[in-house]
Write a protein that binds this ligand. Structure first.
Ligand code: IFM
Length: 465
């Protein structure tokens, strides 16, 4: 038997987001998800939108006790821009939201759970999308920065870990390339502009954060990093993987962590006529806004090969440079659209961060093992759902993280996606990831076996295999 021991004070917990958990009670405004669900409920699995969620707004006290039961010492969620800010132009805040987030934060803190607060989790205020095109517009960049400053001023040092964006590439992919987020456009040039504007918004918020001198708090960003693996060693496949890595990983990692904009990326954008509008003042922000830590979300690897079929879209997407590829020797998760399982990618990510990104302090901000409700089955006679499949896979991933720590990775924690099964965008409740099942009829939280294992892990800082 081998014992895997993690560093003392390691952060153990889970991640979620405001809009995926809070419910609509007393929300000052709508986000694009409220709007889109009203306009097109058929786009959402079983028609369920973000109003029917975990109801954290009312149940946060009970939920913090559930966090303790599975051994969390930390937890990430997000503030909803459309809940906190009543009037986007004047910056007037909604007092009910201030009260709610303060209560929620205090509840976590008094129960020994370190809150990490994210400011943007795909949830553009509907009004700003309609009026200005959301992050298509630099006006909205500045409104985001005003909102961020308000949040820093109101909650300040109570939050020790501030996060500007979760997975900032996803609204670009979903909203402007592949049609799975509002506004469902397919426009390579707009996609690049939105990506650039988000990086700018992040940089400006980081600068404002540092000006406030919140001595006990740090600021960072959470990126979904998907290493690209090739079919084999042929040169054209390696080149395809290099492009995929540049466009999906380095496009955000380099500016946000190294404060560098890759020259090769600028050349690609110029070649395709999708260069964003920039100013030298903005570039100064991006190349000087220093973050303190990085969050990494990892779910699946990306497999690519050189293009074999001509690119036939009439707008630019990264796939111009590669084709996706299914690894015939891969292992797949039968409970989640046959996604490939590759725990060693965690080690690869960690070594990349160590070797190429100054070994910045980072944490595994989301690692999720999805199952559907049927495969998880019903609770046993003890009232607990047996999700050993999840625990077994988690162990495999943590073994790779442990190997990375031994190889010098600067990782300070692990957050699993997610705490209580939550609503997940157009997939709604199709996939279950939680430590607790959410019964959609009753709102009851039903424990899963994995939580018992996780509590042991968190208390002892170790596990045996
Ligand atoms: O639900 C999402 C989350 O909002 C961002 N990361 C991936 C999760 C599961 O799909």
């Amino acid at each position: 038997m081998t014992k895997y021991v993690f560093p003392k004070d390691f952060k153990w917990g889970a991640a979620a987001s405001g809009i995926q958990t809070e419910g609509r009670t007393n929300k000052a405004n709508d986000s694009i998800w409220d709007l889109w669900h009203r306009e097109s409920p058929e786009r959402f699995f079983r028609g369920i939108g973000s109003d029917k969620v975990t109801d954290t707004y009312h149940r946060y006290e009970e939920d913090v006790q559930l966090m303790k039961k599975v051994g969390f010492n930390s937890f990430r969620t997000s503030i909803q821009w459309s809940r906190l800010i009543k009037d986007y132009e004047t910056g007037e805040v909604c007092q009910d939201a201030v009260q709610f987030y303060n209560n929620y934060l205090d509840e976590m803190i008094t129960n020994g759970i370190e809150p990490m607060m994210n400011l943007y989790h795909f949830d553009m205020p509907a009004e700003l999308q309609k009026k200005y095109g959301g992050f298509e517009s630099k006006k909205v960049v500045d409104l985001y920065v005003d909102y961020a400053v308000k949040a820093f001023q109101i909650f300040g040092n109570k939050v020790k870990y501030w996060i500007t964006f979760n997975e900032p590439i996803v609204p670009v992919e979903g909203g402007y390339l592949y049609d799975f987020h509002y506004p469902c456009k397919k426009d390579g040039k707009l996609a690049v502009q939105v990506g650039y504007n988000i990086i700018l918004a992040h940089a400006k918020a980081v600068k404002e954060f540092h000006k406030l001198e919140l001595k006990e708090s740090k600021i960072g960003v959470v990126l979904n990093l998907t290493p690209s693996y090739t079919r084999d060693e042929r040169e054209e496949d390696k080149k395809a993987a290099w492009y995929a890595d540049l466009l999906f990983n380095r496009s955000f990692l380099d500016p946000m962590v190294k404060n560098e904009i890759p020259q090769e990326l600028c050349e690609i954008f110029a070649e395709h006529g999708v260069t964003p509008e920039t100013t030298s003042e903005e570039i100064d922000y991006i190349t000087s806004a220093k973050i303190d830590f990085l969050g990494v979300n990892y779910y699946v690897p990306r497999r690519v090969k050189a293009r074999e079929v001509a690119y036939d879209l009439d707008y630019f997407t990264p796939e111009y440079y590669f084709e996706n590829y299914i690894n015939p020797e891969g292992r797949f998760n039968p409970y989640r659209d046959n996604n490939e399982i590759l725990p060693t990618a965690i080690h690869d990510i960690a070594i990349n961060v160590k070797d190429n990104y100054g070994n910045i302090p980072w944490f595994l901000a989301e690692i999720g093992i999805a199952m559907d409700e049927e495969s998880e089955g019903k609770p046993g006679s003890d009232g607990i759902i047996d999700d050993t499949f999840r625990t077994d896979l988690m162990k495999e991933h943590l073994i790779q993280l442990h190997r990375a720590l031994e190889d010098g990775a600067n990782c300070f924690g692990v957050h699993q996606w997610t705490f209580i099964d939550n609503w997940s965008w157009t997939n709604s409740f199709k996939r279950r990831y939680g430590f607790y099942r959410l019964d959609l009829e009753t709102g009851n939280r039903i424990p899963k076996k994995h939580g018992l294992w996780f509590k042991e892990l968190s208390i002892s800082g170790s596990f045996n295999v």
